[in-house]
Design a protein around this ligand. Structure first.
Ligand code: FES
Length: 136
């Protein structure tokens, strides 16, 4: 999969043009996003919060591979949501199936910040990818 749902005709938002940071909670890890060096990983839109998280080793579930066909990448944007274009109808429809939905909930694979400000993003406990967690 290449970060695109073949059944949907919506286009990806533009990737960020300026550098910014995302602070992920509750792990309290801050990741710098350099628009000239976006992650190569194929999961979600280019420059999406999901790509940034996975590239930094922060585990977020992404059962559908980042094509807006599940809600396992549900995140809550505590700060900076204004730098993310509004969700598409597909994202909103899928988000309605997510547990713990809040006003600033988004799908990490679809949310592409424009870089105009830093973000604080909470990863709900049930969406952290258990496969990658340390059980030792
Ligand atoms: S990974 Fe499935 S909707 Fe984001």
């Amino acid at each position: 999969m290449a970060g695109k749902n073949p059944y949907m005709k919506e286009t990806a938002p533009d990737p960020p043009k300026t550098a910014y940071r995302i602070r992920f909670l509750p792990m309290d890890e801050t990741v710098e996003v350099d628009p000239a060096n976006l992650p190569d990983r194929v999961a979600g839109h280019p420059g999406s919060i999901l790509q940034t998280a996975l590239d930094a080793g922060i585990s977020i579930g992404y059962a559908c591979g980042g094509v807006c066909a599940c809600s396992t990448c549900h995140i809550i944007v505590q700060e900076g949501v204004e730098s993310i274009p509004d969700g598409t109808d597909s994202e909103v429809d899928m988000l309605e199936k997510a547990p713990g939905l809040q006003l600033d909930s988004r799908l990490a694979c679809q949310a592409v910040p424009d870089g105009s400000c830093d973000l604080v993003v909470e990863v709900p406990s049930w969406n952290r990818n258990l496969v990658q967690e340390d059980h030792g």
